[in-house]
Each structure stands twice: as C-alpha cells, then as structure tokens.
Design a binder for this molecule. Structure first.
Ligand code: ASP
Length: 411
C-alpha cells in the first residue's frame, strides 16, 4: 500500500511528537536514546541544509522574475503598496494585542528575580542603541550580491534582485533572453524544491523528536504564566485575527487555506525558521492554493525577512514581563517606545531560530531594562520560537493571498 503524501506528513509529525515524549519520559541520558537523538539530529540538520541550499537561489530568482513578469509599473506599485500596508498593519495589530494581554495578566509580578541571578551573570550581550540598530539595518541592506548570496544573507539578496527585476522591466524586449533564462532557472529550482519536499515527513519526524525530547520542563512551571500569555496571544493573533483578515480581504475559504498551507505551518513550527521554511511555503501557495506565482515570488521572500507578527508580539510581551520581574513599572510613553521598538526589532530579525532574542536586546535597552535578562528567556525559547515562527509564516501566506486577490482585477 502506498501512503499519500499528506498521510506521510501526518505520520512523521505524530510519530515525532510521541517519540520525543517517550524519550523525555525515559530520560535523554540513557545511551540508546542519546545515540538515537544524535542520529535524528544529523538527519534533521541535513534536511535543513537542503532547504538552505535552495533558499538563496529561490529568493533571488523568484523576486527578480516576479517583478519582471509583473511588467506594467502601475501593477507593481499597487503590489508594493498593498504588501507593505498589510505587513505593517498586521504587525502593529500583533504588538497591540501583545501589550494589551500582558498588561491585563501582568506575568512576572511576584516572581523572585533571585532565582535567575546566576544565569544572568553568565550572559554577555551585544549592546546596541535603537539608532545604531537602524543604522546597521540600513547600511547592511546593500551588499556585493555575490558576497550576500555566499553568506546566505537574504535581505541584501532581495535588494539586488529588486534592482535586477526593475532593470528587466525597463529594458523590456532587449533583455528578453535574460528573463527567459531566469524563468527557466526558477522552474528548475522549484523542481528541486519538490524533490526536497519528498523528505519532509522524515525531516519533521527527526526535528520534532529532538524538539520535544530536549525541552527543559522544570522551567515551565516557574515561567508558566508568561508562557501561557505568550502562547495564548500568539495563537489568538494567528488563529483569530489573521483568519478574519483573510476572510475579509480575499475570497479564499478557511478550509481551503488550511488544507493548502498545513505543510508550511508544521515545517515552520519544527524548524523555527521562516527562511528555511520559505521553499515549502512557496510551493504550498503556488501548488495547493494556486496563488499567482509572480505575486508569491515577490511577497513571500520579503515577508519571511521583514514580516514577523509572532516575533513582534513576543518582544513586546517579553519586555513588559522583564520590567515586572525587575519591579519597574513602564508608563504609557515607555510602552509606546516598546510598541515601536518591537516592530523595528521584528523587521530587523532574520528568519532564523531565536533571532528575535538577539534583536530583543534593543527593545529592552530602549526603556532601560537589563539586556542580560534575556538569559531568563533563552532556556524556554525553543518552544516559544516554534509557535511564533509558525505565526510569522502564517502572516506571510495570508498576505500573499490578500495581495493576490486585491490586485487581481488590475492584472
Ligand atoms: N525564528 C523566527 C523566524 O524565523 C524569528 C524569531 O526568532 O522570532 O521567523
């Protein structure tokens, strides 16, 4: 009997979680389990390496070809406007929700700071003022394309691809050969993505086993309220706010949507990386939801790097949590700073595991909170990162469907 692809994914997911739970129950120090976890870790790494292998060529060609194929300037500018409007407004909504919920439930109040002192003193963080952060972000936007691609830097690669795409539009017929070649390369890359996706069930099994087995459960009790607030708010944004926006601004039914994107969502959860998930996200939208390939090619890679609702929401909640922990009450003006900084920090965070932790230093510093306090959050970040990455990717997929629908009439 041959199992369908979706059944294979389901088996990989369920088996991964169950095996992880069994491993955690038996104890990860047992030699057999240690070896098994090591082996699964290697397979998971190979799977992620394969995704990363294809990521830069995919981003580069999909953006260039996407822009070039949306030839008419008017079309392109409405796609741009709609994309940025969606990204910024949904991120703002997410942070607003995060701040509301954290002020309502006040996690961290009454917790003893002393229990975290040790981990905080061993933590060294790179300090960066908001201005330095913005400067750094802007100056790193443009790079030698060969260097940025070699280093796997997505944002400068996107920037170069945008220039190239616009150049192809301006040159029109004279650059037809180049455009044809790029179109063919893009098709080739999508074929390779299809091959890599055949390994997804195995990759998910290995990733999830490791994720579940190695959670530090003891900390969960101490930080339980904080975790509940973060996960609750993130899921509310992802499963209530975003679907309402999808229903309101597009014609995609929720049933069709979830059927179409589930592989991307579970991969985002398992890899904690929007960037590594991108090839799969792209295929889900193009194959399963029949989104316009040029729109998806433009909106998705951009979203995977700058649109992170889950991350923005998390940074805001975590900042207030730490303020509560150290006994500082933030007034409205300071909370507004947290609001703005969380948005900036989420835009600046690359789509890789725990990137939000690094940019959070800036949010904390902007209101005078101790940056070292992120040491408290690191041990539980694997779980929270999985949840927020899933919502980050969800935001990108919904954005693509909305931009596709809203600009369809003009195409
Ligand atoms: N892991 C997240 C992502 O890739 C970024 C973060 O750490 O918040 O979307």
């Amino acid at each position: 009997m041959r199992l369908t692809y979706n059944t294979q994914i389901l088996i990989g997911t369920v088996l991964g979680i169950v095996t992880g739970l069994v491993f955690a129950f038996v104890g990860t120090d047992a030699p057999v389990i240690k070896h098994a976890l090591h082996l699964f870790g290697v397979i998971a790494k190979i799977f992620i390496s394969l995704l990363k292998m294809i990521l830069i060529p995919l981003v580069f060609t999909s953006i260039t070809v996407g822009i070039a194929n949306l030839r008419a300037h008017a079309q392109m500018s409405s796609v741009w406007r709609m994309t940025l409007l969606y990204y910024i407004s949904t991120t703002m909504l997410a942070v607003f929700l995060g701040l509301t919920v954290v002020n309502l439930f006040q996690p961290g109040v009454g917790l003893q700071m002393d229990m975290f002192k040790d981990s905080m003193t061993t933590m060294t963080v790179q300090h960066m003022s908001p201005l330095e952060f913005i400067e750094n972000f802007l100056t790193n936007l443009f790079m030698n394309p060969v260097a940025s691609m070699a280093q796997g830097q997505i944002l400068p690669t996107i920037m170069f691809a945008i220039f190239l795409g616009i150049g192809l539009v301006v040159m029109g017929g004279r650059a037809q050969t180049t455009l044809n070649v790029l179109n063919e390369i893009f098709e080739l890359i999508m074929l390779i993505v299809q091959w890599i996706m055949a390994l997804l069930p195995l990759g998910l099994f290995c990733l999830l086993t490791g994720l579940v087995a190695t959670q530090d459960v003891s900390l969960f009790a101490a930080l339980g309220k904080f975790i509940l607030v973060v996960v609750g708010a993130t899921l509310f944004h992802g499963f209530v706010t975003l679907p309402v926006i999808l229903k309101t601004f597009s014609d995609t039914s929720l049933f069709r949507y979830y059927r179409g994107v589930r592989q991307a969502l579970i991969t985002a959860f398992s890899t904690s990386s929007s960037a590594a998930t991108l090839p799969i996200t792209y295929r889900c939208l193009e194959e399963n939801l029949e989104a316009d390939k040029d729109i998806a090619g433009f909106v998705l890679p951009l979203g995977a790097t700058i649109n992170m609702d889950g991350t923005a929401l998390y940074e805001a909640i975590a900042a207030i949590f730490i303020a509560n922990l150290v006994g500082i009450e933030l007034n409205l003006a300071q909370q507004l700073i947290v609001f703005t900084m969380s948005i900036l920090a989420s835009i600046g965070a690359p789509g890789i595991p725990s990137a939000g932790m690094v940019t959070m230093v800036m949010v904390l510093q902007s209101v005078g909170l101790p940056a070292e306090a992120i040491a408290i959050l690191y041990p539980i970040d694997r779980l929270l990162d999985a949840v927020r990455t899933m919502i980050n990717v969800k935001g990108d997929t919904i954005g693509t469907l909305i931009v596709d629908y809203q600009t369809r009439k003009q195409r």
